[in-house]
Design a protein around this ligand. Sequence first.
Ligand SMILES: Nc1ncnc2c1ncn2[C@@H]1O[C@H](COP(=O)(O)OP(=O)(O)O)[C@@H](O)[C@H]1O
Ligand SMILES: [Mg+2]
Length: 319
Amino acid sequence: MLGLATPRQLAKAGIVGMNRRNVELIAQNNPRHLYPLVDDKLQTKKLAEENGLDTPALIGVVRLTGQIKEVHDFLKPHPQFVIKPARGSGGKGILVISGREGDDYVKPSGSLIGFEAVARHINNTLSGLYSLGGKPDVAMIETMVDFDPIFDRFTFEGVPDIRVIVYKGFPVMAMTRLSTAASDGKANLHQGAVGVGLDIATGKALRAVQNGTPITQHPDTGANLAEINVPHWENLVRLSARCQAASGLGYLGADIVLDKSEGPLVLELNARPGLAIQIANGTGMAGRIDRVEQLIARDNPPEDAVWRANWSMKHLAAI
Ligand SMILES: Nc1ncnc2c1ncn2[C@@H]1O[C@H](COP(=O)(O)OP(=O)(O)O)[C@@H](O)[C@H]1O
Ligand SMILES: [Mg+2]
């Protein structure tokens, strides 16, 4: 049982612990001056656009409380959208609107809210209620991702995302996060989403956990999680490596979603990705990081993101 093991036993199983993550992976590979690029989702969007990385389109930004009253009319041409704090994390403050009924806004659960509730949400966002350090923020409005129907059975009222950990340009580990009734349309593990480890070579499910406990079926839909096989896998892994090249962060968590018509889109980038992905994969990533280090020391491999992604898919799955 991973949960009962001592730190020494975990290290033997190749699990990267908090200490190595903070002291080695993050501090040595992620220069602080790059944090704002990924801690601020508006900057990340700009970075993605400048580097030709596909991302959900930005509809608008609300910066001042005085602008809130204009939002209802402004959003009329956009039946589906998502409002989020530019400096939010962990799924906090994300409001997903999947349609309209008259003047009301429809949430993915089917419940209706009026514009006052949307306005209140934006106001709270501007005041920093959901943001890093509680500091005043701006509210981003972007298009809602219409996720690939392949995930229909595996998610409950929300868009699943795929987290890929990229180390020095090499994608080393992946999982998909599936929203549940508990996570309210968001695919964040701390909100109660399911994490499913994915084979880095193929995108096939390996193992699933919810709140740290192994599960085999989606808690709300009952679907067999072992059947997940993420389409567009090679492009998705390559996109994660290209995110690394664009951001300059040597240890990165790329969150990617699969849009029905647009394919893999970058949702956000993380400079301090968590370690739960190892639990979802049932294995640690230390061995893979060591393999990458050996390759770099021995062969001076090309910097090219696609080359590195292809190497990972070929060599890291079985480690
Ligand atoms: N444009 C979008 N369309 C649909 N769902 C979204 C969108 N943006 C975010 N979500 C949902 O909210 C979750 C968290 O969004 P994300 O942008 O990763 O912010 P956070 O930093 O809070 O994790 C996503 O995993 C997804 O389930
Ligand atoms: Mg996220």
